[in-house]
Design a protein around this ligand. Sequence first.
Ligand code: KIV
Length: 238
Amino acid sequence: MKGREKIAALTAYDYPTARLLDECGVPLLLVGDSLGMVVLGYPDTTHVTMQEMLHHTRAVARACPGALIVADLPFGSYETPGAGVANARRLVEAGAEAVKAEGGRAIAGQARAIVDAGIPFMGHLGMLPQHVREEGGYHIKGKSDEERDALHHDADALEAAGVFAIVLELVAPPVARELTARMAVPTIGIGSGADCDGQILVTSDLFGTSPGRIPRHVQPSRLGDAMRAAVAAWKAGL
Ligand code: KIV
């Protein structure tokens, strides 16, 4: 789809949402570890376990979407190439068709081993939510020359490892534009400007139903308000 049409990607963590998004023709569904915050009530994604990822991947896979199902390798599940391959295989057995993990040069060995095992791999650069505790928050990456150069080197390492796409999260838009122009594989942006090959959002942020703060790059719908109004109307009519 690179260069032909914008790639729409959304997160899905359960069967009904996967069905709805598939009916809408979304071509890529990510069982993201963001489910830790928006479904399971954790403070960040570092608490999400492999068991939880498998449970939600199975639920999404039961919807048999036409969309490509990508599942996140959770925190601590890809410390070595061997562990990455073993856990990627478990996600595939649960119904994922591809996996995603966070990092560039630091995990290029894991990415290559997973691709060599026959499992399509999606990269994730920029702000890496699994590192939020070290980083002390969710900050834009690529504002300094040093960060810009690091992003280019990381993207090159992932491309050489054989990834089929790279998520760019909170990357300074001029750097996201440069990477998109330079790379053969598609970039899927989130909070990284309009010039990526595609865009991904956490679906409950888009719906306006996320329990926490909705990030600035999302213009949420009023679905959360509609749900509250439905409950209030039902209660009032008892
Ligand atoms: O877990 C997730 O939802 C993600 C997206 C934000 C890209 O990784």
